[in-house]
Design a protein around this ligand. Structure first.
Ligand code: ATP
Length: 432
């Protein structure tokens, strides 16, 4: 047994300066939409009743949140929950009905056409599921297109485009036409095109929904890599819980236009805000998302000074590997302070009981279930252009845990944010 074995901390949390600041946002479609937010009785109606009484759909209902600089902010929810409408409101691709939106403190709703164009071109670039690549242009020229409409000169934009094409792993394909690329490669071109204009924030509207699962995972890894390398702020829409947990620093979970919970993956999985969220996350392997900080107990006499060391930010799964390999409890050390101890019982308790996580509503779920039941949705189909060809299952075997193996060798690998890949539910929510 060694006392120096250590599981390192996750990536440093992003700074907290907001890029986007959204307050009391509503988007209502339908006749006299503007009356709904200000009428407490109508505003409180359930979607079906609101439609029956007024003919209106409240796609976004009184939503408030900040997107912090450098974070991946995921907007997640079932089909029709309002994800696309919400994110399109950020740059007024859809006009909000009421509420405020600011980017770096500037009022987006007060922007004139020119300022809005500048916002969409330079500051908040959108990556769509269907990119609308220009078919007769080469990869390089497609990527350079955004710079072209910004008026950047030919040689400069081609040099910048070549740089970004290489960054997304398409070097050697610069002269191909979109038709000569696979679906995943086309997605990379779209991503490169958005990156080429070097926006402050990238908005992704379900960009990988149409990709087959392996390519989809590649693209997710690409986003994680780009984020880690560049620290760029990203807002990422997905209906896929596995994708949300993998990519998100924080997740806003939407239902019927409202954000029902906003939190880190650990908060969402460990402390679901209500039964809806609990049901949503019930198939997630908690040990891959929850951290030892939420599973430790106080150190007993003598325990604080010996034994393997684990960071409070390491996952329960990583700590299980470490404790099993070392055959001893591990000290949870924050900086140079021992803040607690995890042993086989406390760690397995998280897996077996499913009630760790410290939140007020985290208990009572019983054993980790393999049910295919999921929350139902309002059933409204989307009406925008992000497409509806959504996959119904997403793979992600538990054996992908990055720490497995390394810990068995006595030197547990650090968990980097984005590497935990909890398997998706056997049937994803929209599949029922
Ligand atoms: N232009 C529109 N007119 C009327 N209703 C709309 C319009 N656009 C969206 N809606 C409705 O608003 C609600 C939210 O739609 P939205 O497309 O934002 O959901 P979503 O969560 O992005 O769905 P998906 O995952 O299927 O893309 C749905 O009930 C939808 O039918």
């Amino acid at each position: 047994m060694t006392s120096t074995t250590q599981v390192a901390a996750s990536a440093t949390p992003p700074a907290s300066t907001p890029v986007f600041s959204v307050d009391g946002l509503w988007k209502v479609f339908g006749p006299k939409a503007g009356q709904i937010p200000g009428d407490p009785e109508l505003a409180a109606l359930a979607p079906a009743e609101l439609r029956a009484r007024t003919g209106c759909t409240a796609a976004v209902r009184d939503v408030s949140f900040d997107v912090r600089k450098g974070e991946v902010f995921v907007v997640m929810g079932l089909s029709g929950s309002g994800k696309s409408t919400l994110v399109r409101c950020l740059t007024r691709l859809i006009e909000p009905t009421s509420g405020t939106i600011a980017i770096d403190g500037e009022d987006v709703r007060a922007m004139d056409k020119g300022r809005l164009r500048e916002l969409r071109r330079h500051r908040a670039a959108m990556v769509f599921q269907h990119f609308g690549l220009l078919p007769h242009r080469s990869v390089l020229d497609n990527v350079a297109y955004g710079l072209e409409i910004q008026g950047v000169g030919r040689s400069e934009r081609r040099a910048r485009a070549a740089e970004v094409v290489a960054k997304v792993g398409l070097d050697g394909m610069e002269q191909r036409r979109p038709a000569q690329l696979s679906g995943g490669q086309r997605q990379r071109v779209g991503l490169a095109r958005a990156l080429a204009v070097d926006p402050e924030v990238l908005l992704f509207d379900e960009p990988f929904s149409a990709l087959d699962p392996l390519i989809r995972r590649d693209m997710q890894d690409e986003v994680v890599r780009l984020h880690q390398e560049e620290g760029r702020t990203m807002v990422f829409i997905t209906h896929d819980l596995s994708e949300a947990l993998k990519l998100g620093d924080r997740i806003a979970l939407m239902r019927d236009g409202r954000v029902v919970q906003l939190g880190t993956p650990e908060e969402i999985v460990g402390s679901p805000a209500d039964d809806y969220v609990r049901e949503f996350v019930r198939d997630v392997p908690r040990e891959q998302v929850l951290t030892v900080g939420s599973a430790m107990r106080p150190a007993a006499d003598g325990e604080a000074s010996a034994g393997p060391v684990v960071s409070p930010a390491a996952t329960v799964s990583e700590a299980i590997d470490l404790v099993a390999a070392e055959g001893a409890p591990a000290r949870v050390v924050d900086g140079d302070r021992c803040v607690g101890v995890v042993d086989a019982d406390t760690l397995l308790g998280v897996v077996a009981k499913g009630d760790a996580g410290g939140g007020p509503s985290a208990g009572g779920r019983g054993p980790v279930a393999q049910s295919t039941a999921h929350p139902d949705t309002d059933g409204d189909g989307p009406s925008h252009d992000s497409g509806t060809d959504l996959p119904t299952t997403v793979p992600g075997p538990a054996s992908d845990s990055p720490a497995t193996g390394a810990a068995q060798a006595g030197t547990a690998a650090p968990r980097e944010r984005g590497e935990a890949q909890p398997p998706a539910p056997r049937t994803s929510p929209e599949g029922v």
